[in-house]
Design a protein around this ligand. Structure first.
Ligand SMILES: [Mg+2]
Length: 347
């Protein structure tokens, strides 16, 4: 487990933070070691050590079933789902390495890459930093970028002006309120975002636990604007509850019971004609979402890009605005930078 300070204080519509914790799992074996991870807290590491390690074996889906059963009385959604996600990723990775194939090929590629959108634009940023970050992604050939808003709504028009100026007219502008608004306030802002700044994606306009509120914004919001949520979907019932409330379903393979969880939820999305967007953790998500038929794009999130560069070699390459897993490398291709991991584990 590593806790790494952010490069400056960060906030969104409803939370503030100055560090990020990642829990990394290695699934050992004589022939191959698999790597998985989740962005959670120390409690996830404890669940892994105390509840999960003795249950897992070579059969990935059988291990997944056993882990789900073992945490029933702890509460499967939330921390336990994050813990299972990290172990499940490591088991899939180990299986791919044992077979000498890439994770993408083991899962079965529907796509060879996953387009990304740059994500950051925190409410704490100066207008200069906001422009530098979003404009930087646009200059790298990324076709869509996302900023946070809703903390001080009256300050947002200036921030949106700055963002649009930095990225020009052709790059899509996404916004994420992290549940900061009431449904009626969100509807009012949705109209302004769409008409004044050509915003095409409104994420968590209201709390993602407010299904009726999400549905209201989705049904009455402007044409051409997608309403998205799903980053707090941990178990299949959470995914089912969002059907009909969102235009695009977000899934996080470090939270929603791992790769096995994503593949299962992908089937539900197919049945409802819902596109799926990968939430964060780009180094592993790029592999997993190549196997998701309706994958739309992946959140290339500032904090996670930075941490994954620090801790992992062998990350998928960003090229032409998309992440391309290297299918010549076994498994997920990741190698741990052990010295860096030790450094941040100790702090
Ligand atoms: Mg979000």
């Amino acid at each position: 487990m590593c806790t790494i300070p952010t490069d400056e204080p960060e906030s969104d519509g409803t939370a503030k933070w100055d560090s990020t914790t990642i829990v990394i799992v290695e699934a050992g074996g004589d022939d191959a070691r698999g790597i998985g991870y989740t962005y959670c807290g120390a409690a996830a590491a404890q669940v892994i050590r105390e509840q999960l390690v003795d249950l897992v074996h070579d059969d990935v889906r059988a291990s997944w079933l056993a882990m789900g059963g073992a945490v029933r009385n702890l509460g499967r959604p939330g921390i336990a789902a994050c813990a299972i996600s990290a172990v499940d990723q490591a088991l899939w990775d180990r299986k791919a390495r044992q077979l000498g194939t890439s994770l993408v090929d083991l899962l079965g590629a529907a796509h060879g890459d996953v387009p990304v959108y740059g994500s950051g634009g925190f409410c704490t940023y100066s207008l200069d930093r906001l422009q530098e970050q979003l404009g930087g992604w646009a200059a790298q050939g990324i076709l869509r970028v996302k900023m946070k808003l809703g903390r001080e709504p009256d300050a947002d028009p200036k921030r949106l002006d700055a963002a649009r100026e930095a990225i020009g007219g052709d790059v899509e502008l996404f916004v994420d309120a992290n549940g900061a608004f009431t449904p009626k306030d969100a509807l009012g802002w949705a109209d302004r975002y769409a008409h004044e700044w050509n915003v095409s994606w409104f994420e968590e306009p209201v709390s993602s636990a407010d299904f009726e509120g999400l549905r209201l914004v989705r049904e009455h919001g402007p044409a051409g604007m997608d309403v998205a949520a799903g980053e707090y979907a941990y178990v299949p019932a959470d995914v089912r509850n969002l059907v009909g409330c969102v235009d695009v379903l977000q899934l996080d393979c470090t939270r929603c019971l791992g790769i096995t969880g994503v593949l299962s939820a992908s089937g539900l999305a197919n049945a409802h004609n819902l596109d799926v967007s990968a939430h964060c953790a780009p180094a592993i998500s790029a592999h997993v979402f190549c196997a998701v038929e309706r994958r739309r794009h992946l959140e290339y999130f500032h904090d996670h890009i930075r941490i994954e560069e620090m801790l992992f070699d062998g990350r998928p390459e960003l090229r032409d605005g998309a992440l391309h897993p290297d299918r010549s490398r076994p498994g997920n291709g990741l190698e741990l930078k052990r010295k860096e991991i030790e450094k941040w584990s100790a702090s």
